[in-house]
Each structure stands twice: as C-alpha cells, then as structure tokens.
Design a protein. Sequence first.
Length: 255
Amino acid sequence: MLFRSVLVFVREGKKAFAVKKCTLFCCALLGLLCHAVYNVLYALGCETAGMALTAVLVNMAPVFTLLFSAIVYKEKMTFQKIIAILINVTGCVCCATNGHFDIENISVTGILIGVGAAVVYSTSAIIGRYSKEEVSPFVVCFYCFLFADLFLLPFTKFWDGTFPLNWKVMGVSIGYSLVPTLLSYVFYYGGIKKITESSKVPVLTSVEMVVTVLIAMLVFHEKIGVVSLTGVILVLCSIMLMNLKGIVEKTKGLE
C-alpha cells in the first residue's frame, strides 16, 4: 500500500487523491467484489471443487458480463456477441485445463462458489464504467486495492504470528503486486473508459490466456497439449469476431 501511495504521488501529484464520492464508491465496490470477494471465492472454489473445475466456472464470466451489460447499459445482445463469447469461453476452458477435468470430487457447494466467483469478477467491466469522472487509472487502482486490502486484512490472520515475513516472501510479493497486479489493472481500468461496450471487455482481456500458454511453453519449457493450443486459436478467433465490425470498417477506410 505504501508503494502504491508513493507511485501515485510521484506520477499524479497529491491532488490526484481527491476524487468524487461516486468514484470512491465505485472503487470501494471494485475492491470489495472484484478483488476481495473474488479472491476469497476463487480460493474456496479450488479447495472444494478443484482447480480445474473452478477455472472452468470462472471463465464463464464473459457470459455474465454480457447479461449485466444488457441490463445496466442496455447494450444489444447480438448474435455475433453471443457466438464470440461462447467461442471465447470454450477457448479459455481449453487453455486452463488442457482437457483434464477433475470430476471425482464435484460438489454443489463448490460449483456455486465457482459460479459466484465468475459473477463477481464479471462486474468489474460494469462497475468500472459507472463512474463518469475522468480519473487516472493509477488513482483508480490505488483506491481499489486500498479497499481490497482492508476487506482482506482479517483473512491474513496477522495477529497470530503465522504471517510469513522474510526477504524471499517480500520480494515475490512486491514483484507480483507490481507487474501482474498493479500494471495489469492500470491498463485494464484505463481501457474500460475507452471501450463503449462492456460486453467486449472480458473477451479482449482473455488474451491473457494466450500469453500464459506462450510463456509456459517458451520460458518454462512446459509441454503444451493440442487442447491448449486449440484453446489459444479459439480465444484469438473470438477476439477477432467480437471486433469484426471495427476491422471491416477500418479495411474499407483504407480502400
């Protein structure tokens, strides 16, 4: 939290911390639902339903985003969007599981927890657009993670002395909080303001599954199965299909 405060102060100045109540409320919701509750539900889902099934259920988030976008922002639920999202979900499931499903210990509770995680995660694209104030994504991230830290603090059980504090843990924590957490959400919240249709957001951001597979294959030399590679192709196809109208319009403009 101290690191994020210094970063925002240096980059944006102290006046950037002054935001409207509506923006602060949105950040509190994002911190509570999309970060704190989501991470708790995801962890519980992995314990009760297994990592593979939980990953599958969480990847249903684009479906809920499509529904919420139609309800909240009156977005059109077109055939193109539905097909793109179904292809995207299938691709993400293939990338996450490589076709291996742990179905031996499936429980209703685990399924409900996994679906709950998908629902709260899907609201990030909805809530992120709700605030009309033009705020730096660095500031949005600062307040989102501030509220998330406060909500998650009781789960750390720091008071019983079992919370690990050593240089290795601190180094990994700083690296994890800076690159895949802070910077990724800075781009995410910055992009939400520029995308007029919230239902497109989870499909576009699913490129992370492609990057994950490529890093696993090229950096860690993991063997990637045919199912995962098929998932990569499906995810890329879904992104192209979701943006097909824009691609066609740009192509016509070049003629």
